[in-house]
Design a protein around this ligand. Structure first.
Ligand SMILES: NC(=O)c1ccc[n+]([C@@H]2O[C@H](COP(=O)([O-])OP(=O)(O)OC[C@H]3O[C@@H](n4cnc5c(N)ncnc54)[C@H](OP(=O)(O)O)[C@@H]3O)[C@@H](O)[C@H]2O)c1
Length: 324
């Protein structure tokens, strides 16, 4: 398997990431329970057991409860912090009453306060990676550069990246900052294929249906920006979720994934993640499941390399029609 872009920068991150959006007992204001903490401990154990050393958060996950639960785990396991990478994100604001709609906010005060909140909830002095969660159309790149410089100098954040951004947006931010943006987190899976279609369909009339930003994948590869894939299992679409009522191509793809898994004596999850990791951009998939059994099954992907024929069979099946 090709090394991660992060490895090329001397960062020994695991090939897959544990996503922590499911921690904290759900998107509600209910208090955190002992069972939420136990569930998170079990998920962390499962992640560590398959070699994951990278944990993905965001200030908004379960309204802050995901980070609080993780902070509790760190408190109970004193050695853990130094052996893992912690990533969080900021920039999304929920609705805060009349005249204060849900919005994005890359103002320096907002970013700076968000990081303080993240550190407090996690109970740590610094995080390894901070990502700007979704592009703020009102962002001023000079202002972002300045707050990033301050966060780096204060030792609160070690590295920076973005999420859901295209190449031009990253270039714009980068052109004002001496600090490199080294990660771009994007939705990518065998179900959401536009990141492939936009390149495959160059000079083809079907291309109008591919909405993924042109050049983004290649730009990240050229600049050694680590691509991380969220929703990498497409919420179980091809790995066991009830898909009655889904299209013929979804049901056929789920069947093919299962058949391949049986042939290789592995899990459907492993096939789906190995499919993402087979791409030469060295994609780092994020696991969204917090079930230990699914995390373990996902870990089998790190031992698999799909052939070109297997990779294309899955791609063509999911797109639902032959390649041009
Ligand atoms: N940057 C962004 O904008 C962004 C957006 C969303 C997420 N993320 C990050 O990416 C991570 C992964 O995203 P995701 O949660 O959307 O990924 P995912 O892995 O595609 O989906 C995980 C969800 O699907 C469920 N699931 C998986 N397999 C299933 C099956 N066979 N049957 C039924 N349910 C199944 C899981 O439930 P169980 O827990 O019960 O297995 C979980 O709720 C998140 O934790 C977060 O860290 C980032």
């Amino acid at each position: 398997m090709k090394p991660l872009q992060l490895e090329k920068r001397g960062i020994a991150a695991s090939r897959m990431i544990m996503g922590c959006m499911g921690f904290g007992g759900g998107w509600n204001q209910n208090p955190i329970t002992a069972s939420d903490i136990k569930q998170a401990h079990e998920a962390v154990d499962a992640a560590l057991s398959i070699g994951i050393n990278f944990f993905d958060h965001a200030d908004i996950y379960t309204f802050g409860k995901a980070e609080i639960v993780f902070g509790q785990i760190l408190k109970e396991r004193k050695d853990l912090r130094e052996s893992i990478f912690i990533q969080s994100k900021c920039g999304i604001r929920f609705e805060e009453g009349p005249g204060r709609p849900g919005r994005y906010d890359f103002s320096s005060d907002y970013i700076s306060n968000s990081v303080d909140g993240i550190l407090k909830r996690l109970g740590v002095e610094c995080i390894d990676f901070l990502l700007l969660h979704r592009p703020d159309p009102l962002m001023e790149p000079e202002e972002v550069a300045e707050v990033i410089r301050e966060l780096k100098e204060s030792g609160k954040v070690r590295h920076f990246g973005v999420s859901n951004m295209n190449a031009a947006q990253i270039k714009l931010l980068q052109s004002y900052s001496n600090e490199p943006f080294i990660i771009n987190q994007l939705e990518m899976s065998l179900a959401k294929l536009d990141w492939l279609e936009t390149g495959v369909l160059v000079n083809h009339h079907e291309r109008m249906h591919a909405h993924f930003p042109e050049d983004t994948l290649d730009y990240c590869r050229l600049e050694n920006i680590q691509i991380q894939a969220w929703a990498s299992l497409a919420q179980g679409l091809f790995s066991g979720r009830n898909i009655d009522g889904e299209s013929e191509s979804v049901r056929e793809t789920a069947r093919l994934v299962q058949e391949m898994a049986e042939q290789k004596q592995t899990s459907a999850e492993a096939i789906l993640l190995a499919w993402l990791m087979r791409h030469p951009a060295s994609i780092q998939p994020i696991l969204g499941t917090i079930r230990p059994d699914r995390i373990q099954k996902s870990g089998e992907a790190m031992k698999l390399t799909l052939t070109r024929e297997e990779w294309y069979s899955l791609y063509v099946s999911s797109r639902g029609r032959k390649l041009p």
